[in-house]
Structures are given as structure tokens and as C-alpha cells.
Design a protein around this ligand. Structure first.
Ligand SMILES: *[C@@H]1O[C@H](CO)[C@@H](O)[C@H](O)[C@H]1NC(C)=O
Ligand SMILES: *[C@@H]1O[C@H](CO)[C@@H](O)[C@H](O)[C@H]1NC(C)=O
Ligand SMILES: *[C@@H]1O[C@H](CO)[C@@H](O)[C@H](O)[C@H]1NC(C)=O
Ligand SMILES: *[C@@H]1O[C@H](CO)[C@@H](O)[C@H](O)[C@H]1NC(C)=O
Ligand SMILES: *[C@@H]1O[C@H](CO)[C@@H](O)[C@H](O)[C@H]1NC(C)=O
Ligand SMILES: *[C@@H]1O[C@H](CO)[C@@H](O)[C@H](O)[C@H]1NC(C)=O
Ligand SMILES: *[C@@H]1O[C@H](CO)[C@@H](O)[C@H](O)[C@H]1NC(C)=O
Length: 489
């Protein structure tokens, strides 16, 4: 069974879904075994590999200064965004949420010149028109030739010869970047070394088709200057050599693979290859700085009472108040009432009228489906079911966030009607449903914490949250020594 048959099957649904699923499952098992064997090989000391680069990285790393001494900042990043005349008008508002003229550097690469009579706004990234690609081969029958253009953005960006570029960051025009966190992540790595940083897809079917090693283009990925320098030498050859590959990101991975450079996975990049509501994913974000969110038009709006643009605006507002903390999860119990509380800072709070384990609460609620086949799973992380109404949380969404004092924020979360709530046959929910607001006080999150071993921050229910009242007051903070989310005996 060739993989193209599977693809054909997946794409056209000419075969019955059950057969597709079987083929997919056997293929994913194969890929998993292959991946494990391959991964094991990476750590095999006898494998042919020159570790001197890696060793240099570990020996020169101090808190946040790597390589040249000067820490990486936003000016060292050159963005290369894949745009098009057709998509840009709708997507511009999202890009402008994070784009800061004269601070963020880079271009949106268009397939054609914008109309002469329209002025390009200063609030947008400046544009460039991609070079003609008609001389290149593209043979993926279900794909689009525009993939060639997107593949070559790294080369065209590099050839601009701009000064002081340490990282080329590629993304789509429907990718929302969180630049401060992107800087935090990239500053951990020595930009003088060869790095390819990003993340695979959430949906296993996507990784099976497009490779677990691909740093998916919509989630965005970063290529260090020296890797870009090597890549551009062979890139056009790769475009033709991998003419059968569907996407630009896949072609880049194939080309990077010729150099032998591996994917450095950073869990804060998000391809968001999911359908439906991304709620569960964002409410249980991995302990990593939020770097990007893709498919912002494909998934439901984040806040049920707002439009998509308004939702992202709200999230970005919280991000600007405390960039390192955005979407960071904290879990605590209210032992006076045997409640569990899960916070995803800047976005949502969940209240459960029972004591759930931390392990359960850090597992994403399956509020979404896979990207291609709209199935309930599998994803590259575990999910928990939302089908049992008695395991569902009462859900609160962030309404506002403000600074209090110099180094602290206070955010307010409001119960939003019927998100996950279904009547549970029991009176456990009566008391939790009486809570209309949750307030959270949190100190400014120090980006330095991302240079330490990742640990979820702790929270506590404040004693002024009186039992029976409609407000719960919570404080989020770093954990104390020996503190854990452990239910009482
Ligand atoms: C490993 O790489 C370093 C630096 O690039 C080089 O000086 C050294 O000769 C290489 N060692 C081997 C065994 O190839
Ligand atoms: C970024 O770092 C460079 C040094 O490499 C420095 O000259 C520049 O002022 C810094 N820019 C910002 C925005 O911090
Ligand atoms: C960006 O810098 C240029 C040149 O210094 C200036 O003319 C322009 O007004 C600036 N744009 C914004 C939006 O600050
Ligand atoms: C520019 O010209 C096109 C057609 O030539 C027209 O449809 C469009 O409305 C014009 N835009 C502006 C801003 O005048
Ligand atoms: C493109 O494909 C054609 C037909 O397979 C082949 O003859 C040609 O050499 C290819 N061109 C390049 C640049 O690889
Ligand atoms: C909380 O749970 C513990 C252990 O299950 C139980 O002993 C205690 O009575 C409960 N407290 C309340 C207020 O329900
Ligand atoms: C209600 O909560 C108690 C513990 O607080 C738990 O034992 C019981 O199973 C819960 N009932 C339902 C229906 O979830």
C-alpha cells in the first residue's frame, strides 16, 4: 500500500472511511515504529554525527545570553510571511495585531503587485512580490503550485542581504505571532549554529502524511542565519527534487534533511490543525511560551461572545499585559468545597465541583476534531472526553485585564452560559453554578523562567472568596518548595 494511495483515499474519500481509517492506522503504526527506531538512532553514540556544535551550545549557554554575548531581540528576526492578493485583505487585520512598524522586521510575500490605486498601509508589514516560479516543477496532483513560491521565501529573504539578521521566521498570513515570546524562545539557541525550530501538526493524520519532522509552515518556524546560508545554496534544486511534495514547509524539511539538521521542537508554536473549537487545547497549553497560533479563521472564535478578530484582539491585549504568562495553566483546589480550578491565564478558568487530579486537568478537553478527516482523534497529545456531563467544568472566559501596582495584573473571568455545561444528574453543580466571576491576581511572569526547567505555576483560592458568594478570588504565583496539587487523604 503506497502512501500516495492513502493520500488519494484521504483526499478524495473514494474509499469507505472505515477502510481509510484502517489504512491510516496501520500506516501510523508503521510511522510510529519507524520514528521510535529513528529517534533511538539519534541518541546512539556510535551513529555518525559531529556533536561539536551541540557541545559548543551547551558550554556557552548562560542564563539568556548565547553566542555573541548580545542577547537576541526582536530586531534580529526577519519575518517572511506567505501572503496572496486573494487572502491578504481578510487576513491583514490579524497580522496587524502583532505587527509593530519599525520594530518587527520583514515582509509579506505576495503573488502579485497590489492595485496601483491603493496605498499600502504603514500598519502592515511591507510587501514584496515573489519571483516567477514557472520554470520549477510541481507534481503533487492535489496541491497548488503556490507551494514553490512559499518554499522560496527563505531564499528571497536571505538574498535581500539585510544586516544583523540572526533568524528567518517563516509564517502564513493567517498566523498570529507573539513576538516577545518568539524572542524568548529563539534567544535560548545559539544563532551561529544550524537550527531549524518549529513544531509538527496536532493531528496525527497530518504528520503521517506530511512528516513528523516537518516544522509546519502555518505554525511558523525559525531558521538560523547559518542554516539559511547553506539552505539557499541547494534550495532551488530541492524545489525540483521534491516536486511531488505538497507544501513549502515539507520541501524545506526535505532540503534541511539533506544538510542533516534536525527539527528542534518548541511546543509554543501551534499549527492548529484542528477543526471546531480550539478551547480544550488553549485551556491546557503546554508549559512553554505561546509563540504562534495558526488557522485563525478555520477554528471557531476563541471567545464565544466575540467575533474572531475581536477574540484575538482580546487575547493579544492580555498578552501585552503579561506576555510570558499568556495561556499558562495553573491548577488548584478549594478544599473547603472540594472544588478543582484550572486557570489558563488571559483566556479561561474552569471550575469543577470535585477533586480531579493534576494529570487529568492538564490533559486537553477534546473540544475539537482532526484537521483532514474531522475525527475525534488521534492527536500528538492526549485528550480527555467531554462526553460525561459530570466530568465537565463550569467555564469562565476572560472579560478584562488590568495592571495593579507595578508588577501585577488582575484579570476577570465571566461565566459564559452553556459552553460545555450539560445537566449532570446530581446536585454537585448547584454551588459552582452560583459563581458568576473569577478574579485572578498574578505577578508579572519573568521571561527568565523559560530558561529553567519548565514547571507549571501554582495557584490558591484566597480566603476572601466566601463560600456561597458569586465571586471566587484566585492568586497565581510560583510554587513553594514541596507544594503539589495533591488531594487530601
Ligand atoms: C566537527 O566539527 C568541528 C567544527 O565544525 C570541526 O572543527 C571538526 O573537525 C569536526 N570533527 C569531525 C570529526 O568531523
Ligand atoms: C537589539 O540588540 C542589538 C545588539 O545586537 C542592539 O544594538 C539593539 O539596540 C537591540 N534592539 C532592541 C530593540 O532591543
Ligand atoms: C517608521 O520609520 C520611518 C523612517 O524612520 C518613518 O518615516 C515612519 O513614520 C515610521 N513609521 C511608523 C509607523 O512609526
Ligand atoms: C482601484 O481600482 C479598482 C479597479 O480598477 C477598483 O475596483 C477599486 O475600488 C479601486 N480602489 C480604490 C481604493 O480606489
Ligand atoms: C521537470 O519535469 C520534467 C518532466 O518530468 C523533466 O523532464 C524536467 O527535467 C524537470 N525539470 C527540472 C528542472 O527538474
Ligand atoms: C471533601 O472530600 C473529603 C474526602 O473525599 C471528605 O472527607 C470531605 O468531607 C469533603 N468535604 C466537603 C466540604 O465536601
Ligand atoms: C459529587 O462530588 C462527590 C465528591 O465531592 C463525588 O464523590 C460524586 O461522585 C459527585 N457526583 C457526581 C454526580 O459527579
Amino acid at each position: 500500500m503506497s502512501s500516495s494511495t492513502v493520500l488519494q483515499c484521504l483526499k478524495s474519500w473514494k474509499l469507505p472511511p472505515s477502510l481509510c481509517l484502517k489504512i491510516c492506522l496501520s500506516l501510523s503504526t508503521f510511522v510510529l515504529v519507524f520514528f521510535l527506531v529513528h529517534k533511538a538512532n539519534l541518541y546512539n553514540p556510535t551513529a555518525e554525527f559531529n556533536f561539536s556544535h551541540a557541545v559548543r551550545h551547551y558550554t556557552t549557554t548562560t542564563a539568556s545570553v548565547v553566542g555573541d554575548g548580545e542577547p537576541t531581540n526582536i530586531s534580529h528576526i526577519l519575518f517572511g510571511l506567505g501572503g496572496s492578493a486573494k487572502t491578504w485583505p481578510k487576513r491583514r487585520p490579524y497580522v496587524e495585531l502583532y505587527w509593530q512598524p519599525n520594530v518587527t522586521r520583514g515582509f509579506v510575500w505576495m503573488d502579485q503587485k497590489p492595485p496601483e490605486n491603493e496605498t499600502w498601509p504603514e500598519t502592515s508589514p511591507p510587501y514584496k512580490v515573489s519571483a516567477d516560479t514557472s520554470s520549477f516543477n510541481y507534481t503533487c496532483w492535489y496541491g497548488d503550485r503556490s507551494a514553490i513560491r512559499l518554499t522560496r521565501i527563505i531564499k528571497e529573504s536571505f538574498e535581500l542581504g539585510l544586516k544583523n539578521v540572526r533568524w528567518f521566521v517563516m509564517g502564513d498570513d493567517d498566523t498570529l505571532f507573539f513576538p516577545e515570546n518568539l524572542v524568548t524562545v529563539l534567544a535560548k539557541y545559539d544563532h551561529n549554529d544550524l537550527y531549524y525550530i518549529g513544531v509538527d501538526s496536532e493531528s496525527v493524520e497530518q504528520d503521517v502524511t506530511f512528516s513528523y519532522k516537518t516544522a509546519f509552515g502555518g505554525g511558523g518556524y525559525a531558521i538560523s542565519y547559518p542554516l539559511a546560508e547553506e539552505l539557499v545554496q541547494i534550495l532551488d534544486g530541492c524545489v525540483n527534487r521534491y516536486a511531488q511534495l505538497y507544501g513549502g514547509d515539507q520541501k524545506i524539511q526535505a532540503c534541511v534533511s539533506e544538510i542533516g539538521v534536525q527539527t528542534t521542537k518548541e511546543r509554543g508554536f501551534h499549527q492548529v490543525d484542528i477543526r471546531g473549537s480550539s478551547y480544550g487545547l488553549l485551556a491546557a497549553h503546554p508549559v512553554a511560551p505561546l509563540v504562534s497560533l495558526h488557522h485563525i479563521e478555520a477554528v471557531d472564535q476563541l471567545f464565544p461572545s466575540s467575533t474572531r478578530v475581536e477574540s484575538y484582539k482580546k487575547l493579544v491585549k492580555a498578552y501585552k499585559m503579561d506576555s510570558g504568562r499568556i495561556l499558562q495553566q495553573s491548577i488548584c483546589y478549594d478544599l473547603r468545597r472540594n472544588w478543582s480550578i484550572s486557570v489558563s491565564w488571559g483566556y479561561t478558568v474552569q471550575l469543577y465541583p470535585s477533586l480531579l487530579t493534576a494529570k487529568e486537568l492538564e490533559t486537553a478537553l477534546g473540544t475539537f476534531q482532526t484537521w483532514n478527516s474531522w475525527s475525534d482523534q488521534p492527536f500528538v497529545f492526549n485528550i480527555r472526553s467531554v462526553s460525561d456531563p459530570c466530568r465537565r467544568p463550569v467555564v469562565y472566559f476572560m472579560d478584562r485585564v488590568e495592571s495593579v501596582g507595578r508588577e501585577e495584573t488582575r484579570s476577570t473571568y465571566v461565566r459564559y452560559g452553556d459552553v460545555l455545561e450539560k445537566k449532570c444528574n446530581g446536585d454537585n453543580y448547584t454551588a459552582t453554578m452560583r459563581v458568576d466571576f473569577v478574579n485572578i491576581n498574578a505577578p508579572q511572569f519573568s521571561q527568565d523562567l523559560w530558561n529553567k526547567a519548565p514547571r507549571r505555576q501554582c495557584c490558591e483560592v484566597m480566603s476572601n472568596s466566601n463560600v456561597g458568594e458569586s465571586i471566587v478570588e484566585i492568586k497565581v504565583r510560583g510554587c513553594h518548595r514541596f507544594e503539589s496539587v495533591t488531594p487530601p487523604k
